[in-house]
Design a protein around this ligand. Structure first.
Ligand SMILES: [Zn+2]
Length: 455
């Protein structure tokens, strides 16, 4: 086994109790106070070396912004991997396309400060002033990694059995099985897609995220130890009960903001109270968020109520309205300006984040396959232990290439053929790490890409 997986930077949101007898909560229905539900993260803290690195990036970004305001609205293609065990579409974990669309709309509203509930709870003027449009958009992927058009945009819907996995959900957050078998065995190229897995999680966990990372040797830190994680597990896992406008099954977390919060981690944000228990010493490294003792739960029973604690004992108090707190979905309504700066710096500088902005998978390419001379590409065995056979059939003789890339987009192997109508090639990939790779056969008129797994 050659794969090395890092689990640092994994966050977990937990619900302590079941949702029995929960009333349906909406943004308008603020009188039903949930008492049985508690959101929680099991929090390995983001390494301090990340702060040294990103502080430098934020400073450079702000210098640039002061000299010449360049509005950068980043675009992030999303693929939702819906993992189920044969239920009808719309039943339990096999969530409907409508809920996926709602979830995407929630992300876009929250990250563009277009959420209509912004001022329901957020009334303190100093907090209203720092609520930010983060200038990050999300789009549903329209094509899969082989270039095929998705029948349901943004959705990769499959059964556990179809993958040959031995264990059905619920899965344990950040467990080896969920990381190495489920996520690694179903991830789409994280250079091009923001991978979100929808499944059932053990222990009332709502979801968890993998932090961004940077390339080894990046200054001012010398390595990537302490944050981020492997390419083949990069993304967010959300329990199906909290996806989109989930109604009664989501309890107090039924507005799709579990993914807003987790995507915040995935873009480098820390919890707003600084993950220091109830002390006033920890920091979220966002200068405009007030010092906060611990996490906040639920919502005040009165809209706009000021909450104070030992670290911010006077008005305007603590910022329980922030997406990176533990409040109920209906009163977490904003990111701050410095949280935005942090996420923008991650989008500009982190591998598997900056590449997403130029990914074209949210558009359907036109004309490529129609004009291609490639009639068939077969890969076997798949999964493979390293020796891979590639059978190519071309309509007519042509020059073509076979290229194998890893999930970072790096070329692993490349072969060139002249004036050929195809045939079988065998590649030895056994010296490469376990995981997902992409094989592209290309002629001058088009290309076909297929995904393989080396195990
Ligand atoms: Zn969290």
């Amino acid at each position: 086994m050659k794969k090395k997986i890092t689990y640092l930077g994994v966050f977990v949101l937990t619900v302590f109790n079941t949702f029995t007898q929960q009333s349906i909560l909406t943004a308008q229905n603020v009188t039903s106070e949930p008492t049985a539900i508690k959101r929680k993260c099991a929090t390995p803290i983001l390494d301090e070396s990340f702060e040294t690195w990103i502080a430098d990036k934020i400073q450079k970004q702000q210098q640039f912004a002061n000299e010449k305001k360049a509005v950068v609205v980043y675009n992030i293609p999303v693929i939702f991997h819906i993992i189920h065990t044969g239920q009808a579409v719309g039943t339990n974990a096999n969530v409907s396309a409508a809920r996926i669309t709602q979830q995407l709309n929630t992300l876009n509203a929250d990250y563009r400060k277009l959420n209509t509930d912004l001022n329901t709870y957020l009334t303190q003027p100093s907090f209203v002033a720092i609520a930010a449009d983060c200038e990050i958009n999300f789009c549903l992927a329209k094509v899969n990694p082989t270039g095929g058009v998705l029948t349901e945009p943004g959705i990769d819907r499959f059964t556990v059995a179809s993958k040959g996995w031995s264990t059905n959900p619920p899965y344990t957050a950040s467990s080896s099985y969920l990381e190495n078998t489920v996520k690694a065995g179903s991830i789409w190229n994280p250079v091009k897609y923001f991978n979100v897995w929808i499944t059932e999680l053990n222990g009332g966990v709502l979801g968890y995220a993998q932090f961004p990372t940077v390339t080894a040797g990046t200054t001012p830190i010398g390595d990537i130890t302490g944050f981020g994680g492997a390419a083949n597990t990069d993304g967010v896992v959300v329990d199906y009960k909290y996806v989109g406008l989930s109604g009664a099954t989501g309890g107090a977390y039924n507005l799709g903001r579990t993914l807003t919060h987790e995507a915040g981690h995935w873009l480098g944000l820390r919890h707003i109270w600084g993950d220091d228990g109830s002390a006033c010493s920890g920091s979220d490294y966002a200068a405009d968020t007030p010092n906060q003792a611990g996490e906040n739960y639920t919502c005040p029973t009165t809209n706009g109520l000021v909450r104070t604690d030992a670290c911010s004992p006077t008005s305007p108090g603590v910022l329980y309205q922030n997406y990176m707190d533990y409040s109920d979905d209906r009163c977490m309504v904003m990111f701050t300006s410095t949280q935005k700066a942090r996420m923008q710096s991650v989008m500009a500088n982190c591998i598997r984040r900056n590449s997403l902005n130029t990914s074209t998978v949210c558009s359907i390419p036109t004309g490529i396959d129609e004009s291609s001379s490639i009639s068939e590409v077969e890969l076997f065995p798949n999964p493979s232990n390293g020796e891979l056979n590639i059978m190519v059939s071309l309509v007519t003789n042509d020059d073509y290439s076979i290229t194998v890339i890893n999930t970072l987009g790096q070329v692993i192997k490349q072969l060139h053929f002249s004036n050929s109508n195809g045939g079988k090639s065998t590649l030895d990939l056994s010296s490469n790490s376990q995981g997902v790779y992409f094989v592209t056969v290309k002629t001058k008129s088009g290309s076909k890409t297929k995904r393989i797994i080396i195990q």
